[in-house]
Design a protein around this ligand. Structure first.
Ligand code: BGC
Length: 463
């Protein structure tokens, strides 16, 4: 049932809100969420570091100082995240730089849990949270990924303390909805990635006389991979199977490309068996694609794979547009002349979204600094610094887009023109973590055995 309401939410993440602009949004949509028992005051009694040290270099442009009781003392902020690959790290550093400019007194303890798509972060965070020793904040997808925490009351309601009027008015409504899966606002989304991208190396395709814009559907892509394999020395599809999430997300894109988003919503709603043939057909095609991935697919990370594309040794990559963040951090690898992207064949008009957010765990070791950080993450300044480097677009509607470059400007336009922005399974927003892990196990097996029957049964069982 929550799946149904979720898909409604996602449909509301529409271009209207971008086009409308912040002013109009101030009165839109979110009525009703601030009344949900928001006691706001909970963890934020500023009990950290009460040594009164002024330390103040004057630069307290901080708007969000509501909860704080005046002590402007030095404090530590521990952040757990997984942004260590490709251009991710640069984007994260840009975010921290901006935060430090506003809050020079806060000392940041950076605690990365490396692993694409958060493959290693859950264990770290869950153990810490369960032990009552959480970090100040951590990276997490909004939507269903939050629910194990909200079910147990492990995240503060930040609906009053962080989500002030200004912020609520500026965010896309659908994104705000994802930040409150159980009623209370518990997360601050910072970006919107697109998942259904097919990136390619321009000269590799030119040399092979392949035009990516001519590929109409997922089956058509298979034909091109076969041609590349027969006629060139490059890897047709640079895909990693070390960790199962990339195959899971590729299956999602194939399925949407073949069936469309309504059927995809049916699947994430849990009704897999009514679409048995369709689910199997996407698995069949995925198995065929896997014939054209690198020999070392089982031992590389997504960004190591992407390096092969950058070096001209691979033609295509299916990946979220964090891959574009990696291209901009690579020397002399330019959008348009060296790399480009088309929506995954069959998914034009779809902007499958992947969103990152930060939260305020209860038992917070640094309530004041955490609140400051979350306020900052929700600001124009943070999103303007972070997203152009990360390869994502902002969830606020009032972020100037001048510095986003040609690729992200085009993505932004695609977002505005998109018909639908379904959530991703492999990136936590669409299904509860227990379902996601069961699916990951299924796709880990599929990477090994390519057994469509077993994978189909695994998908049914996962839901
Ligand atoms: C996150 C991105 C990240 C990607 C690869 C996704 O789940 O949302 O921010 O770049 O994983 O690690």
């Amino acid at each position: 049932m929550s799946h149904d309401s979720r898909s409604d939410d996602d449909d509301r993440l529409t271009r209207r809100h971008y086009v409308a602009g912040a002013g109009t949004l101030a009165t839109v949509g979110i009525a009703g969420c601030s009344d949900s028992g928001g006691d706001g005051s909970d963890g934020s009694d500023g009990s950290d570091g009460s040594d009164g040290s002024d330390g103040s270099d004057g630069s307290d442009g901080s708007d969000g100082s509501d909860g704080s009781d005046g002590g402007d003392s030095a404090s530590e902020l521990e952040i757990i995240h997984w942004w260590t690959a490709g251009g991710e790290q640069d984007a994260y550093q840009a975010l921290l730089d901006g935060f430090r400019e506003e809050h020079p007194d806060v000392e940041i303890t950076d605690n990365p849990a490396p692993g694409g798509a958060g493959s290693a972060i859950d264990t770290v965070v869950q153990n810490r949270v369960i032990d009552g020793n959480p970090p100040s904040t951590f990276q997490i997808w909004p939507g269903q990924a939050l629910t194990p925490y909200t079910d147990e009351g492990l995240l503060e309601d930040i609906g009053d303390s962080v989500w002030d009027e200004e912020m609520r008015g500026a965010y896309l409504d659908g994104v705000i909805d994802l930040a409150q899966p159980a009623g209370d606002l518990v997360a601050v989304p910072i970006n919107i990635h697109r998942l259904n991208n097919l990136f390619f190396n321009v000269s590799v395709l030119d040399d092979a006389d392949v035009d990516a814009t001519d590929i109409d559907d997922p089956q058509g892509l298979l034909g091109v991979l076969e041609t590349l394999d027969a006629e060139t020395d490059v890897t047709p599809l640079v895909h990693q199977t070390q960790s199962p999430w990339s195959s899971l997300q590729l299956w999602e894109s194939i399925f949407i490309g073949q069936q469309g988003v309504d059927d995809y919503q049916t699947v994430i709603g849990g009704d897999v068996s009514s679409l048995e043939d369709e689910v199997r057909s996407a698995l069949d095609l995925l198995a065929s694609y896997l014939e054209y991935i690198p020999e070392d697919a089982g031992s590389i990370s997504w960004d190591q794979g992407n390096d092969q594309l950058i070096e001209g040794n691979a033609a295509f990559l299916h990946q979220g547009d964090w891959a574009a963040g990696q291209y901009s951090s690579a020397d002399g690898f330019e959008f348009g002349s060296d790399w480009d992207m088309v929506p995954f064949p069959g998914t034009t008009g779809v902007y499958q979204s992947v969103i990152d957010s930060f939260v305020f765990p209860t038992n917070n070791p640094s309530p004041e600094a955490t609140e400051q950080f979350l306020n900052y993450a929700g600001s124009v300044d943070a999103q303007e610094r972070f997203n152009p480097i990360k390869g994502s677009i902002p969830p606020r509607t009032d972020v100037p887009m001048d510095e986003f470059g040609d690729f992200l400007s085009r993505q932004f336009e695609d977002f505005q023109n998109s018909n639908t922005q379904p959530p991703a399974i492999a990136h936590g927003t669409a299904v509860a973590p227990a379902i996601q892990s069961a699916l990951e196990e299924t796709f880990a097996n599929f990477n090994e055995n390519r057994d469509v029957d077993a994978a189909y049964q695994g998908i049914v069982d996962a839901f």
